[in-house]
Ligand binder design. Structure first.
Ligand code: BYC
Length: 336
């Protein structure tokens, strides 16, 4: 009788897993991982994927109103990129053993979160500049760190996404810079847009560290490498200089430079507003979910056609393989 090798118990596996995290090894889909690590990744990655897809809506709203063909082409490409980002991250999430249809259903049922920032309206062309500059700019700061996350598929998706986000940010800043050196009405439009997007962009980084329920666990497992407040501060420091460079004003009377730390310190963030938006009561939450639900219903025939086509291909491949295995009969008039 052969003896099976003993299966390491969970505490031994957990210790081995944590040793790999401590050694900065990448965790891959087939590796053993604690269920809580898997669940945290599914939560965070699916929220991220939903954010990319819902995030197409505020800018998509302006494709038909772009002021020139060049701007229209750039905006179209950007919105399409965001859809692609959603796709990579949904694929990454599926490596954890979940089905993206279930994740999308959670979004449509209003059970899954997505970034608060996409629940604000886009009221002027300058908002296309502010979103590219501030929203993609904040995303770059956050995602550059996530590119070092311990879970391989998520980290690798971030590398490509960050490259694309850099273009998004540059085109947004270019729109704002152009408006800021335009007529006084154009400059006022840029400033008004900055006024509306500044604070929601800071909220993208999540609550203060002391109120961040997930951070400790995510940091311990190397999913997050820097805390919400650290990344927010980095974004503020980078962005204040960019605001000044195009002669606009940060809409914060309390903003001051702290010589001791080298940081720009802001006034208080309105966390009541943040939680209102996160809980579904922001200016556009119901509009955004409504748009996603409609798109899902209208796209049903596309999903069904894709499944039917995939099944047909599988059938054709199977038949071709069977024919090959049986061998092509000789003497059918095809002799040399
Ligand atoms: N909005 O414990 P915390 C893009 C929730 S799209 C809504 O700190 P965590 C783009 C949080 O989920 C890219 N909810 O959470 C697309 C948690 O609730 P649950 C967007 C938020 O996970 C189109 C609770 O508050 N980027 O770039 O440690 C056009 C407590 O928070 C938010 C990402 O998705 C929020 N802002 O840290 C243009 C980045 N903040 O789940 C651009 C990936 C917090 O426990 N995600 N909550 O019920 C992350 O980096 C992290 O999940 C967060 C939050 C920093 C957002």
């Amino acid at each position: 009788m052969t003896t099976m090798p003993p299966v390491a118990d969970d505490s031994a596996r957990l210790a081995a897993f944590e040793a790999r995290i401590a050694a900065d090894e990448s965790i891959e889909p087939k590796d053993w991982m604690p269920e809580r690590y898997r669940a945290q990744l599914i939560r965070m990655m699916s929220q991220h994927a939903h954010s990319e897809v819902v995030g197409m809506l505020p800018e998509g709203n302006w494709i038909t109103r772009a002021p020139s063909l060049r701007r229209k082409m750039i905006l179209l490409a950007k919105v399409q990129d965001e859809g692609g980002h959603g796709l990579y991250i949904y694929c990454g999430t599926e490596t954890l053993g979940v089905d993206r249809h279930d994740l999308v259903q959670q979004l449509l049922d209003g059970k899954a979160k997505y970034s608060s920032i996409f629940n604000y309206p886009t009221l002027s062309w300058a908002d296309m500049g502010a979103i590219g500059w501030l929203v993609d700019g904040a995303a770059i700061v956050n995602q550059t760190m996530l590119a070092k996350a311990s879970y391989g598929p998520y980290a690798r998706a971030m590398v490509r996404i960050c490259k694309e986000e850099n273009f998004h940010k540059k085109q947004g800043y270019e729109i704002m810079a152009t408006l800021a050196r335009g007529t006084s009405a154009q400059k006022a439009m840029a400033q008004e847009s900055l006024n509306r997007w500044w604070w929601p962009s800071l909220m993208m980084f999540g609550p203060h560290d002391k109120d961040s329920s997930n951070s400790d666990e995510l940091m311990r497992w190397g999913i997050k490498r820097k805390s919400n407040d650290e990344l927010r501060q980095r974004f503020i420091n980078l962005t204040v200089a960019q605001v000044q460079a195009i002669d606009l004003t940060v809409p914060d009377p309390d903003l001051r430079f702290d010589e001791a730390t080298g940081n720009w310190l802001t006034g208080p963030i309105d966390w009541d507003e943040f939680w209102r938006v996160v809980k579904g009561n922001g200016p556009c939450n119901s509009e955004r979910l409504g748009a996603r639900r409609n798109a899902h219903a209208e796209g049903r025939w596309v999903r069904e056609a894709a499944v039917a086509f995939a099944e047909k291909q599988q059938r054709d491949n199977r038949e071709a393989t069977e024919k090959q295995q049986m061998g092509t009969p000789l003497g059918d008039g095809a002799s040399a």
